[in-house]
Write a protein that binds this ligand. Structure first.
Ligand code: NAP
Length: 256
């Protein structure tokens, strides 16, 4: 498991997790949940350094060793450099959570190439870059966890989100392929598919649209980030050692 070569002074009996998008929203709730579960946590963020610093302070207050890394996951060179740095700083990483994601919504006929490409590049290629970058060390340690943040729209589609839904459907295929490829090394790969979650991403929706969505949710409300994080915490735990290639909806029953 952990080696003693970490450049950060930390208790090597604690496992470490790398959470992309860990500075805000669902990713922050995952990072905080994993810290509660005894993980040290490295988070990656795109550019909001203030949010990342705030999250690191919260993780440290919870007793974890934590560090934030600025990294655009769509850029494989940045991902490779940051993954090397994280492994060097923490000594080893047990769990990788691909949470970073963006939306650039628009109706199909008006969707620009760059809006389609950017969403695929961040949401899908980003997860591929990060998974590839950490796979060698996970394989070498013959165990670990990868969790990808999909979405129910990747399963059901959504008008106005052709780019986003395609990226999340792609993540499901990536998850299942990596699950098959990494299973012989004891590494599980799963996806979580949230419905509507209270974060900055959904705060930009109008009240009318929020109400309209709430009507489609059997449980009648949006999820908290912590309710999504709870499932990621389970998938990362030892208790989930026989679960791989799975997509777990956390959507209040919306897509059943
Ligand atoms: P959010 O509040 O907007 O936070 C997005 C996070 O991703 C931030 O930490 C952001 O960093 C980071 N990020 C964005 N682009 C990045 C890039 N190119 N490289 C690295 N990091 C990047 O989003 P959220 O609502 O928590 O969503 C998190 C994940 O859940 C996403 O994959 C999203 O698609 C998925 N999801 C969300 C919902 C929902 O209802 N909210 C539903 C289903 C699925 P900065 O802070 O630096 O910007």
């Amino acid at each position: 498991m952990a080696t003693s070569s970490a450049t950060i002074e930390r208790d090597q009996s604690r496992r470490a997790a790398f959470v992309t998008g860990g500075s805000r929203g669902i990713g922050r709730a995952i990072a905080e949940g994993l810290a509660e579960d005894g993980f040290d946590v490295a988070i990656a963020y795109a550019g909001n350094a203030a949010a990342a610093d705030e999250t690191v302070a919260a993780l440290e207050a919870a007793g974890a060793t934590a560090r934030a890394y600025q990294c655009d996951v769509s850029d494989s060179a940045q991902v490779d450099a940051v993954s090397k740095q994280v492994l060097s700083d923490f000594g080893s990483v047990w769990a990788v959570v691909n949470d970073a994601g963006i939306t650039r919504d628009g109706l199909l006929m008006r969707m620009k190439d760059e809006d389609f490409d950017r969403v695929i590049d961040v949401n899908l290629r980003g997860a591929f870059h990060v998974t590839r970058a950490f796979s060698r060390s996970l394989m070498r340690q013959k165990g670990g966890r990868i969790v990808n943040m999909a979405s129910i729209v990747g399963l059901s589609g959504n008008a106005g989100q052709a780019n986003y839904a395609a990226s999340k459907a792609g993540l499901v295929g990536l998850t299942k392929s990596c699950a098959r490829e990494l299973a012989p090394r004891g590494i599980t790969v799963n996806a979580v598919a949230p419905g509507f979650v209270e974060t900055d991403m959904t705060a930009k929706l109008s009240d009318a649209i929020r109400e309209q969505y709430a009507k489609q949710i059997p449980l009648g409300r949006m999820a908290s980030a912590q309710e999504v994080a709870a499932v990621v915490r389970f998938l990362v735990s030892d208790a989930a050692g026989y679960v791989t290639g799975e997509v777990i909806r956390v959507d209040g029953g919306m897509a059943m």
